[in-house]
Design a protein around this ligand. Structure first.
Ligand code: GLC
Length: 645
């Protein structure tokens, strides 16, 4: 089969040359031509080894480069063990995934990590081996093939910033291999570490203070941004780049469709900076992208850069000139702003923050999410907050307290994670249901509060599913799973409160999704309704433009989208537990000629206002672009509002 490999190879190697030059020009020992030659042979080997079934998928995706932006893309995130026991067990969960129309499955903690503690699997000892408790590498290949037959792609982590101290490279370094020592950032004394520390933050200030760890075998300090057993790789060394490229392509050849580039923001260090989001971290991502496009063109790169709003969009390739960088990046800011608006019932900060993000390149998009396995860091920009009269620091403290349940009226049952005493920065953990107040309401038997909590949970999902990008549903949120307490009994986990929001899937709870009237069934049906409305509506594809609208009612988040091929969209979310109103003409002002609600929680029209029910979401499209096949669960329609000419 002619797959134009040679054309791609020529283009990729041309594209990567200036990137590698910019990364490694300072190193006199690096001969660029030789480096590129070696990279060429890594590509050739990977291409030769690429299974025929994956080449067919490559060909389909090359023919439809926007494939991952389609409205029908729905992601789901799960720990293999907590979700399905083993890799082999994942197929038992196909009914659940199919009911939710999932076509991208992000499985966590798959690769072989050091024995616990291992930061939830993020201390990898072998990128190309599976945790023996879950199965084997060939089980992984088998699973990806089985899922592909059902149209489901697979995402895995590539923990690219660091390896475990027990990874073969680190072992070799500890045994004295100079070559492998140079894979890491190693310092004979505290002189440079102390200088770096002046500008570094701490990711786990209480669990793992400091960014350097003394290692007796190395007889040196090694850079450890995260835990002391997670050694940061030195991407200033092109050998590390070549190794990681090989890992990426081997993972792709095992049938992995999306690589989640873990902690990508930290991959380049520069004295005098916080060593995050350095220009070179972007060059690295661009170089990897140029090369994976050659040998595994169906592969997507997802940036896990949980950074401040201003630093986010460049990972999608938005620089002074647009670049091909990651296809996808976590929309951390949307997630934070959803929780912020739910806490205050006020969407003005969300509107202001989202409106101040630069536009995303048309060829890339977000992954949107409500919760994930990590904590929530309150990434509220002080300057943006100031514009809407909010003090950033005060607001961050309020959000942390609100979700701890320490604010009158808050039913949230979250907890603090990694509080930094020096900066008073407190992050938050807890499952979505617990943060929405569902757990507390159920415990009290308070039906009204329960209803409110369910609405919050669905509202949050109505926003992430209504925004451009691939929504990533986090395992358990579809069933309103509560906080998990089992980690408290495990000495290796007990210190890390993130385990609260890493629950086990319970068969009984899972079955209750079909028990009419149960909380699980209500949440599940509500979520499904959103998923089905979305996937039936091509206008919800990513790749178009997004605008935020400001109305007089502070509770309302209003967003307009326009896709050049599939048409317009207008979303309204009311974050208050009171009704809110917007001008009835607003869908028309947002460019819809004949607006029709495809998701409607009971909007009414009073005179010239749309009345949005408390904690509700409404999605409008043009009648001409509405789903041909109505969503299976009818959502009710609102009389089209008057459109002012
Ligand atoms: C990412 C992971 C997180 C982990 C960290 C270090 O942020 O999501 O769970 O602790 O990277 O690998």
């Amino acid at each position: 089969m002619e797959d134009h490999y040679h054309a791609r190879r020529a283009r990729g190697l041309t594209e990567v040359r200036p990137l590698l030059h910019a990364l490694y020009a300072d190193r006199r020992d690096v001969e660029l031509d030789r480096l590129i030659q070696r990279i060429g042979s890594v590509l050739d080997d990977a291409h030769a080894a690429r299974p025929a079934a994956l080449r067919r998928i490559d060909a389909e995706r090359l023919a439809d480069p926007g494939w991952f932006q389609a409205a029908a893309r729905i992601g789901y995130v799960a720990y293999v063990d907590r979700f399905a026991g083993t890799l082999g067990g994942v197929t038992r969960r196909l009914p659940l995934l199919e009911e939710l129309h999932v076509d991208l499955l992000y499985l966590m903690k798959v690769q072989r990590a050091r024995p616990e503690p291992n930061d939830g699997g993020y201390a990898v000892v072998d990128y190309l081996d599976v945790d023996p408790a879950l199965g084997t590498w060939s089980d992984l290949e088998h699973l990806t093939a089985t899922l592909h037959e059902r149209g489901i792609g697979v995402c895995l982590d590539l923990v690219m910033n660091h390896t475990a101290r027990e990874h073969a490279w680190a072992e070799a370094a500890r045994r004295g291999s100079a070559r492998h020592r140079a894979y890491y950032l190693v310092f004979p004394d505290r002189q440079l570490p102390d200088l770096y520390e002046e500008h570094l933050q701490e990711v786990f200030p209480d669990l793992a203070p400091g960014n350097f760890t003394w290692d007796d075998e190395l007889a040196a300090w090694v850079w450890t941004t995260f835990h002391d057993y997670q050694w940061d790789l030195d991407y200033g060394n092109p050998e590390v780049f070549v190794e990681m490229l090989g890992v990426m392509l081997s993972m792709a050849n095992a049938g992995v469709d999306v690589l989640r580039l873990d902690a990508i923001a930290f991959t380049w260090k520069r004295m005098g900076t916080n060593c995050q989001n350095q220009p070179e971290a972007h060059l690295l991502a661009q170089a990897f992208r140029a090369l994976t496009d050659v040998a595994a063109p169906g592969l997507l790169l997802l940036a896990e850069a949980i950074v401040s709003p201003g630093e986010l969009v460049p990972y999608l390739g938005a620089h002074r000139l647009q670049r091909r960088e990651c296809h996808l990046a976590y929309h951390n800011q949307l997630m934070v702003q959803i929780w912020s608006a739910l806490a205050t019932g006020d969407a003005r900060l969300a509107t202001e923050s989202l409106a101040s993000l630069p536009p995303t390149p048309a060829t890339a998009t977000w992954t949107t999410y409500v919760r994930c396995h990590d904590d929530i860091g309150w990434a509220v920009d002080d300057e943006v907050a100031g514009r809407v009269g909010i003090d950033g620091g005060g607001h961050r403290a309020y959000l942390a307290a609100f979700y701890r349940g320490d604010v009158p009226g808050s039913d949230a049952l979250g907890a603090a994670f990694s509080t930094n005493a020096a900066t008073a920065d407190e992050r938050t953990v807890g499952t979505a249901a617990a943060l929405c107040g569902l757990e507390a309401a159920r415990a009290r038997g308070d039906r009204l509060a329960e209803e409110r909590a369910i609405r919050r949970l669905l509202l949050a999902h109505g926003v992430i599913l209504g925004f451009p990008g691939i929504p990533l549903l986090y395992m358990g949120d579809e069933l309103a799973l509560s906080n998990d307490a089992t980690y408290l009994a495990d000495p290796a986990l007990v210190e890390d409160t993130r385990w609260m929001n890493r629950p086990w899937l319970d068969e009984e709870v899972l079955e209750r999704r079909h028990v009419a009237g149960s909380v699980e069934a209500r949440v599940f049906a509500g979520l499904r309704r959103l998923v089905e409305a979305r996937r039936a509506t091509p206008a919800m594809a990513a790749g178009g433009q997004l605008w935020l609208h400001r109305y007089d009612d502070p509770a309302v988040l209003a967003w307009q989208r326009h896709h050049p091929v599939h048409g317009g969209f207008f979303g309204l979310a009311n974050f208050s537990d009171q009704p809110a109103t917007v001008p009835a003409a607003s869908p028309g002002w947002a460019g819809l000629h004949e607006p029709i609600a495809i998701v409607d929680d009971g909007v009414t029209v009073m005179r010239d206002r749309l009345v949005l029910p408390p904690l509700s979401v409404t999605w409008y499209v043009d009648r001409a672009d509405a789903p041909v096949v109505p969503a299976p669960v009818p959502t009710g329609r609102v009389r089209p509002p008057d459109v002012r000419g």
